[in-house]
Design a protein around this ligand. Structure first.
Ligand SMILES: *Cc1c(COP(=O)(O)O)cnc(C)c1O
Length: 345
């Protein structure tokens, strides 16, 4: 088979959710936006629902529809982008809970769907989504009697525990919400790790469920094996790949494997990344191309039929470091051409 195989370990995903849930004494939801961080929204959401998650978070209403169809009527599905123009029917039909983030959205929602559950997003300093403190002060006495199901905000620097922004946002969140009876939520994965004062009534982890930083104790969830299409000998002084960026310094064996930047193995990680054959490390040589990667397998004692790029030692974080990016981007870039296999319990 010429396609690479992406294996998704659902018991590992569940173990990560349980481990994060065990760190809190509040409800732990699950963020499954961007197709479950690239790993397959329906499969991921079903596994997490079986494990006990009852509230799911998505970025937009269309993603919420997919989760609703996968999970049936019971779980709560919250939409971070709120109530956008044109989404009213979807929000109503799929029983989605928009996290309203502006005066415009509050007006739209309360006029279009009076009595339909909603949450409110507050901006505590990230300046991305949510009502500013002054807007909230002016509106809260109007909004709170409409019984929002959640009041939430998002931390900008939660992956850096020492960053003073965390305490500043926590203080602002307290100022904006202390004394109200609505359930509150501030923490995603990073916020859970900051400690109990960040947990409030609901946590919304995403990346940690899928094995990414900052949850350093996460169990890896994604495994990616690339089939070897061809192996060739290259003389000292010969070059490999586009633009001749790699020259053999010795007689070398080069394996050409299937997958490239069109599959999310971004070109920027090329010269710093490696593939693995069991415990043996095989460096990428030359440019990563659209569908193919060339790998130095000179030191292997047998001919590999496949090499792995994600396994339990080399994780999305390893690849992210090689590419100068973050695990989130590696996960959500994983391509549509992989044959996907789900390990179940
Ligand atoms: C993406 C997102 C989350 C989940 O964040 P992770 O860092 O992946 O745990 C939670 N809340 C909001 C508002 C988000 O945008």
């Amino acid at each position: 088979m010429g396609t690479a195989s992406l294996t998704i370990d659902l018991p590992a995903l569940i173990a990560n959710w349980r481990a994060l849930d065990a760190m809190t004494s509040c409800e732990t939801g699950a963020t499954v936006k961007a197709n479950g961080y690239g790993l397959g929204a329906e499969k991921v959401a079903r596994a997490l629902a079986q494990a006990g998650a009852r509230t799911f978070y998505v970025a937009m209403a269309e993603e919420g529809t997919i989760i609703r169809q996968a999970l049936g009527p019971d779980p709560k599905i919250c939409v971070f982008s709120g109530h956008m123009r044109g989404d009213t029917d979807m929000i109503a039909d799929m029983q989605l809970i928009p996290m309203l983030n502006s005066v415009e959205q509050l007006t739209r929602h309360l006029e279009a769907l009076p009595g339909h559950p909603f949450g409110v997003q507050l901006d505590t300093g990230m300046n991305r989504l949510g009502l500013e403190p002054a807007e909230w002060a002016a509106l809260r006495e109007i909004v709170l009697p409409q019984n929002p199901v959640l009041v939430m905000s998002h931390l900008a620097c939660a992956d850096e525990p020492e960053h003073p922004m965390n305490a500043r946002q926590l203080a602002t969140f307290h100022e904006m919400t202390d004394g109200i009876s609505t359930p509150r939520s501030l923490a995603a994965t990073g916020g859970i790790l900051l400690g109990p004062e960040y947990h409030f009534d609901m946590c919304r982890p995403g990346v940690g469920l899928y094995g990414g930083a900052p949850f350093s104790d996460a169990t890896p969830v994604a495994y990616l094996d690339l089939p070897v299409i061809q192996i060739r000998d290259v003389e000292e002084g010969e070059t490999v790949g586009y633009s001749n960026t790699w020259t053999a310094k010795r007689m070398s064996r080069i394996a050409t494997v299937s997958s490239g930047y069109a599959d999310g193995l971004i070109r920027a990680m090329g010269p710093n990344a490696s593939l693995r054959f069991g415990a043996d490390i095989c460096p990428i040589v030359g440019r990563i191309s659209m569908d193919l990667i060339t790998v130095d397998v000179t030191d292997l004692t047998e001919e590999p039929r496949a090499l792995s790029i994600l396994d339990d030692k080399q994780t999305v974080e390893t690849l992210a470091d090689a590419a100068g990016t973050i695990g989130y981007e590696i996960l959500t870039s994983l391509g549509g051409r992989y044959s996907r296999r789900y390990v179940t319990g």
